[in-house]
Design a protein around this ligand. Structure first.
Ligand code: NAD
Length: 357
């Protein structure tokens, strides 16, 4: 792979390759954009098949963070880090402190956080070496578990879709089918139940299903039943790639609005298929921005209540995205991408003159 070609094609600013043989660290930090602020994005630990795979992943993920922060209205850019290693054996203090020192060397241009296969404890080690880390434990000033804030934002995104489709955001008597009753799915079920919704769930974990059924009641669906469920909203909150050529033709619900990352197996073709089927789709990175809003509030030292208020604004953002898609005749994902790009360009233009010190 030609690194300079890859950099210019997706518009990345900087890639840092980090190697510390004394602790077995091989990591790549990608800074996609700092036009809006420091590049924030989690650190993923994964046993990639090759160096090219690791690089492609970090380039793709860091670009996604730029769009997510931009459309959420945050003063943050997009970045991401990957550590190439075995998640079962690579959680040593020395490895994460070494990674933290590389993060420190970027002077705040990149801010890290936990991500797939990294933990609050790992981030506590990073924090010993640099303050440019979020998501370390609450007792050392971190913001703790982001999933209630993510679920709160998703809840308001669902309300926005209901308003567009039915003319009212009211959840009373509406049925929402949640795929994945995990951290986010559980809190989402709680908010929906409190608002008067009827619930359906699908999960591969009997334990997780038992918990939501016991606390909130509802109906359990198997994976096949889930996609054709007779409900108002499908809320995928489990894994990526679930909206694809196999599932989309079976969907009867008029709305898809859930927190899972990368729901569209193919952004172009599956996004267009949903549009053609008349299904209102809330782009995942717009509706699930509560987690990022939560770490943003940690960085700025604002309260959990402020993070919840900001996450509730996802209502307005989701409506703006859907309205833009309708008026421009494009998919909702294309519309949110455009909104993000327009904001980045507008804010970058502000910096064209010097304002003194
Ligand atoms: P989690 O691991 O706590 O929960 C995921 C749940 O999905 C589990 O209960 C699991 O058993 C279930 N699941 C896995 N595969 C499934 C399948 N094939 N069918 C049905 N259920 C399945 O994860 P989470 O933190 O709740 O995150 C859920 C999704 O939301 C992920 O895609 C994550 O990337 C995304 N997300 C989470 C946050 C956050 O704050 N936690 C923020 C943004 C995005």
């Amino acid at each position: 792979m030609s690194v300079f070609t890859e950099l210019s094609e997706a518009g990345h600013e900087q890639i840092v390759f980090c190697r510390d043989d004394s602790v077995g660290l091989r990591a790549i930090i990608a800074i996609h954009s700092t036009a809006l602020g420091p590049a924030l994005g989690g650190c993923r630990l994964y046993n990639y098949a090759s160096e090219d795979d690791a690089l492609r992943d970090v380039l793709r993920l860091s670009r996604g963070m730029t769009y997510k922060a931009a459309v959420a209205g945050l003063d943050l850019g997009g970045g991401k880090a990957v550590i190439w290693g075995d998640p079962n054996t690579s959680h040593s203090e020395a490895l994460f402190r070494s990674f933290g020192r590389f993060v420190a060397s970027l002077g705040g241009r990149y801010i890290t956080a936990e991500d797939m296969n990294t933990t609050v404890e790992d981030m506590n080690y990073v924090y010993r070496e640099t303050r440019w880390v979020t998501g370390h434990s609450a007792n050392s000033g971190g913001s703790g578990d982001p999933s209630p804030v993510t679920a709160w934002g998703t809840f308001h995104g669902i309300r926005a879709c209901l308003e567009v489709v039915y003319g009212s955001p009211d959840l009373t008597g509406r049925t929402v089918a949640i795929q994945g009753a995990g951290s986010v799915g559980y809190h989402l079920a709680r908010f929906l139940k409190d608002a008067g919704a009827r619930l359906m769930y699908s999960d591969i974990s009997e334990r997780r299903l038992a918990r939501v059924m016991e606390e909130f009641g509802g109906t359990v669906l198997d994976d096949e039943e889930y996609w054709s469920a007779g409900c108002d909203v499908l809320a995928p909150c489990a894994i990526g790639g679930v909206l694809n050529a196999r599932t989309i033709p079976r969907i009867k619900a008029p709305i898809i609005a859930g927190a899972a990352n990368n729901q569209l197996a193919n952004e172009q073709t599956d996004g267009a298929a949903l549009e053609q089927a008349g299904i209102t789709y809330a782009p995942d990175y717009v509706i699930n921005a509560g987690g990022l809003i939560n770490v943003n509030s940690e960085l700025r030292g604002t309260s959990h209540e402020k993070a919840m208020q900001d996450a509730a604004n996802i209502f307005t953002t989701v409506k703006a995205v859907i309205n833009k898609a309708k008026s421009a005749g494009i998919t909702t994902t294309q519309a949110s991408n455009r909104l993000a790009e327009e904001r980045i360009e507008a804010v970058a233009r502000l910096r064209r003159f010097h304002i003194g010190s």
